[in-house]
Design a protein around this ligand. Structure first.
Ligand SMILES: C[S@@+](CC[C@H](N)C(=O)[O-])C[C@H]1O[C@@H](n2cnc3c(N)ncnc32)[C@H](O)[C@@H]1O
Length: 396
């Protein structure tokens, strides 16, 4: 897992700020143990072709960038938007070594340095995206009933690791909860804060490389929100198994960008329906699936690696504050704030570099998607799935 770039994370970016602590919310969970809220799409076949322009059934017609140019910018009908909710939405949208910092720049957005990994991770690592990730973290935390993990961890665990830690929000909260546990958070971008609990440190590390952590070492290995980042999940799970202590736990939480809907309010030619299809196709083209939660990758992969005692849980994350239930509404509100605060950042690399859309096509498409989310007529949600499992107590 080590790279020449492996190091302790350095100074925070000048404008970085401490993560906001999650706020309380009203209880009620849609989580359902072991069963899917809606059937997901069939596992996509992996396409070796990477790059713009390869036509497919899913990217024709309404799913092409040209279609969105023909549509023009969306008309904003004030009657369509609940003004009270609308104002809620507006007001909630708040807020080394030198080669590691040698970020790639595409259309004014920065991405991780090519010196850290051979792969190209699709999300920017600049302040705009980091701000969005902070809000995503809060929405996910609410969705999971304010639980940081699902595995039955003992209070006296000693060593844990967070793979692809991002800005380290989860890692900081976990380190606070387990002050006697040494936690390491790894990532390919040095975007972690310098201030953090004394039992936490960060390392720049590519999780797709051979892990150099000790064998049989970690009591807990946490993997979260790495869709589109990993080509070979089986290989990563095997590394995790090797470095996990016998009796220790691994946990992988991930999602799919496919928008699901239970009440037929999602038109197939909507921007929201298009979004999931284009993201899924882009993941296929780069050979790193973005639809982990739908692909059925987690359970068999962890089982093949040797983990036992596997458990699965799924959640529906409303994509805007359309639900009536107050807790679901709040989750949706944060999700809306996260997505709309940097939708262009989420789609730019995949839609443009991989699928070949123009900047104008992306801009108009994003305006339609934001408008659909704001109107809340579409009762869509994203699916998150966690699978956790244990290394056998008697493993060698
Ligand atoms: C969407 S963020 C998720 C951050 C955090 N795990 C969370 O759940 O909020 C994905 C993170 O994975 C990191 N990443 C992508 N590819 C990686 C790799 N090969 N090894 C380690 N980290 C990686 C990215 O830099 C980014 O910070």
């Amino acid at each position: 897992m080590s790279t020449p770039a492996k190091r302790k994370a350095g100074s925070p970016p000048p404008d970085s700020a401490p993560p906001a602590k999650p706020t309380p919310f009203s209880p009620q969970s849609p989580g359902s143990e072991g069963k899917s809220p809606t059937p997901g799409p069939a596992s996509p076949a992996k396409s070796p072709s990477v790059g713009p322009g390869s036509p497919s059934a899913e990217t024709s017609g309404a799913f092409s960038g040209a279609h969105w140019i023909q549509q023009g910018l969306p008309q904003v009908d004030s009657d369509d938007t609940d003004s009270a909710l609308g104002s809620d939405i507006e007001s909630s949208t708040v807020s080394i070594s030198s080669s590691i910092l040698n970020y790639r720049t595409i259309n004014g957005r920065t991405y991780h340095s090519g010196s850290v990994t051979d792969g190209e991770y699709w999300a920017p690592n600049d302040q705009k995206m980091l701000g969005a990730l902070e809000i995503y973290y809060h929405s996910i935390f609410l969705m999971m009933d304010e639980q940081l993990f699902q595995a039955p961890l003992k209070d006296d665990i000693k060593h844990a690791i967070d793979i692809g830690t991002g800005e380290g929000f989860w890692a900081i909260d976990f380190a606070d909860k387990f002050p006697n546990c040494e936690l390491v958070g790894t990532d390919i971008s040095p975007i972690q804060p310098q201030w953090c609990p004394p039992n936490l440190h960060f390392e720049i590390d590519d999780a797709t490389k051979e892990w150099t952590f000790k064998e049989n070492f970690f009591d807990y290995i946490h993997i979260s929100f790495l869709n589109g980042a990993i080509e070979n999940w089986g290989n990563l799970y095997k590394q995790a198994y090797r470095c996990c202590k016998p009796g220790g736990w691994v946990e992988h939480l991930d999602c799919s960008p496919i928008v699901s809907c239970d009440d037929e309010t999602l038109p197939p030619d909507s921007a929201l329906a298009t979004y999931g299809k284009i993201m899924a196709e882009a993941g296929r083209r780069i050979g790193r699936s973005l639809t982990i939660a739908h692909d059925g990758t987690q359970e068999p992969g962890l089982k093949d690696a040797g983990f036992v005692n596997l458990h699965t849980k799924e959640w529906k994350q409303p994509m805007s504050p359309w639900p009536k239930d107050p807790k679901q509404k709040e989750i949706g509100l944060y999700n809306y704030a996260a997505v709309t605060s940097d939708l262009e950042g989420v789609i730019q690399f995949l839609f443009q570099q991989v699928m070949g859309w123009s900047t104008e096509e992306i801009t108009i498409f994003a305006a339609h998607m934001r408008q659909e989310m704001k109107e809340q007529k579409i009762h869509g949600y994203w699916t998150w799935k966690v699978v956790y499992g244990q290394k056998p107590e008697d493993a060698e």
